[in-house]
Design a protein around this ligand. Structure first.
Ligand code: ACO
Length: 315
């Protein structure tokens, strides 16, 4: 046995809040359409804040919450595809911003909306070899920089934000039993890249993505529970990637998960991709819905296509 548990959580959302009515003034849409189809009511967009500000803000709060100082950190992984620079990485900027030790292993990882799952699994593997046994796992996105304002099907969905957790690796902790996967598909959803002369922009075919998501979520839940030799009843809380309230409600219904065991904040933040899962975890932690001893099942899915699940405990 060996693995990680969460010791502290933090989050950062930029100050500017964009409502559905604000969007209806510039795009052919309505509060009614966005709310009923997605559950989103507002989202945060960066104005003066940078991606680095969000990462450092969330990570600093997580360290304080954990009672861990920066010099105790052995590794920092940021899940993102929207950092301030292609290089240096967001994680290097966190090293600088927080004064993490120079031998801490700091790098970024891109698995789109599943990024936090890929990052926390990577951290579990890394810390087994690291000189210090605390790690920072951050999910952060500044998606407002990629919004295609000509596409009403996507421009209403995405927001900016960051969430962070401090984890501790110990030989007597259980593994998080991560299940990760991908199916390379450059057409379904993503962000246009260097091959295009225009600026990078988000694209998504909503309905096939929806169908992919409602298959990926049960797959991840079943696989993680099987790997961990546990059942739905052994899980204290379920945290789903916040892409669409209907996808979350579908999963809750399918597994008979009672309302007090899952949570939605998509109404406030929209879809923040890799940031959505740690934003939920941090809010739940502050609300006292999860804490020492809680066993939380995380599920992510998104661009790549990618998917992932894990069963994480709080120390
Ligand atoms: N306002 C008003 N009408 C709109 C809007 C809008 N913002 N957007 C689309 N419409 C219209 C369409 O034009 C279409 O009109 P038509 O019937 O006259 O052609 C109608 O609404 C229905 O459009 P759909 O795209 O079929 O709407 P759908 O019910 O599928 O909802 C949505 C779209 C919300 C995007 C949904 O498909 C979805 O949530 N998909 C999954 C998203 C997801 O899980 N993403 C994964 C993670 S994202 C990532 O990794 C970056």
């Amino acid at each position: 046995m060996s693995g990680i548990k969460i010791r502290g959580t933090g989050r950062f959302a930029p100050a500017k809040i964009v409502t559905n009515d604000d969007l209806a003034k510039i795009v052919d849409t309505s509060d009614e359409w966005i709310t009923t189809r997605t559950g989103i009511q507002t989202r945060h967009h960066c104005t003066t804040e940078t991606h680095t500000d969000m990462c450092v803000g969330a990570a600093r709060q997580a360290l304080e919450n954990a009672g861990i100082s920066p010099e105790d950190i052995g590794a920092c992984v940021v899940a993102t595809f929207s950092s301030d620079y292609l290089s240096p990485s967001a994680a290097c900027m966190v090293q600088r911003g927080l004064g993490l030790p120079h031998d801490a292993v700091c790098f970024d990882l891109n698995a789109a909306c599943s990024g936090f799952l890929f990052a926390i699994h990577t951290m579990e593997c890394l810390l087994a070899q690291a000189p210090r046994k605390y790690g920072l796992v951050i999910g952060a996105e500044m998606l407002s920089r990629f919004i295609n304002w000509e596409d009403r099907g996507t421009c209403v969905l995405f927001g900016d934000g960051a969430g962070a957790v401090v984890v501790e690796w110990r030989e007597d902790y259980p593994s998080i039993h991560a299940v990760l996967g991908c199916h390379g598909d450059p057409d379904m959803l993503g962000v246009t890249g260097a091959e295009k002369p225009e600026p990078a922009r988000i694209f998504m075919h909503g309905q096939p993505t929806f169908k992919f998501a409602v298959k990926a979520v049960p797959y991840c839940i079943d696989q993680v529970l099987e790997k961990a030799h546990m059942t739905i009843e052994d899980v204290d809380f379920f945290v789903f990637h916040q892409a669409n309230a209907r996808i979350i409600d579908f999963a809750a219904k399918k597994y008979h998960i009672p309302p007090e065991k899952y949570y939605k904040n998509i109404q406030k933040y929209g879809n923040t991709s890799a940031a959505s899962i740690p934003l939920v975890i941090s809010e739940l932690h502050d609300l006292g819905k999860v804490g020492p001893g809680s066993r939380v099942l995380l599920v992510g899915f998104g661009g790549g296509l990618t998917w992932g699940g894990a069963l994480v405990e709080f120390a």
